[in-house]
Design a protein around this ligand. Sequence first.
Ligand code: PGA
Length: 237
Amino acid sequence: MKTPIILANWKSFKNPTEAIDWLEETVILYKILHKKEFLNYQGKIILCAPFLDLPILREELKNAPPELDFVLGAQNLAALDDKPETGEVTAQMLSNYVSYVLLGHSERRQKLGETPDLVNQKIKIALDNGLKTVVCLSNLEELKSVAENFPNYDGLILYEPPGAIGSGQPEDPKDSNIMAGKIKNIFKKAQVLYGGSVKRENVKDIINQSNIDGVGVGGASLIPSLFLEIIKNVSTN
Ligand code: PGA
C-alpha cells in the first residue's frame, strides 16, 4: 500500500503567532489520536508556510514528535539569482530554512502574472540551490512548458485544476488520475500530487487512484483537527 505525501499550503494565512498555535494544537491532537491509535501515518508532510513563519516553525518543529514527519516548504522564491533585488527572498536565503519550494501555483499564475517562462526560471534557481521543487500545473500547456525545459524532471508535481481550488468542488478523482498519468508519461520519475478542495471526506478516493502519490491541501490544512483527519484517513492502518 502506498504512503501518500501530504502537502499543506497555508497560502497567505497565519502570522508567526498563529503558526505556532497551529503547531502546538496539531501536536497535542496528534498525541491524543495517536495514543488511541487512530493515526499511524508513515509518510512525509510538507508544510508550505508564508516566509515570515519559516524561521520560528523551523525551530519549533524540532520539538514535534518524530513520527510526525514535517518538512518545511516555501511558497515562492526570487526569479533572479543575482543581488541586489529589493523585496525578494532568494533561494540562498530560503535554503537555510526549507527543503522544498512550491512554484507556479495557479493563484500566482493567474493573479500575479507569473508566466511559464518565469516559473521555469524559478525551477532552475531552486534546483541550482539544492531545493526540492513542487511544481504546480493546471493544464497540458503548463506541463509542456516544464517538460521542454526540464525533460528529466524528477521532483514533485502538484496538479491543481483552478476550478477546484478553494471552491469545495474537487475534480472527479478519475479525471485527476488521467491527468496524473499524462504527467507521469512525460516525467517518469516525478511524483504527482492532486490539489483542489481536498477534504477528509474525499482524500481516500483521491489517493486510491493509481497515478496519484499524494495531495495538496489548502483551506483544510489551516485547521489542525481537519488536517489531522485528512492524515488519519490516508494512514496505512
Ligand atoms: P484548497 O487549495 O485545498 O483550498 O482548494 C488548494 C491549493 O490551492 O493548493
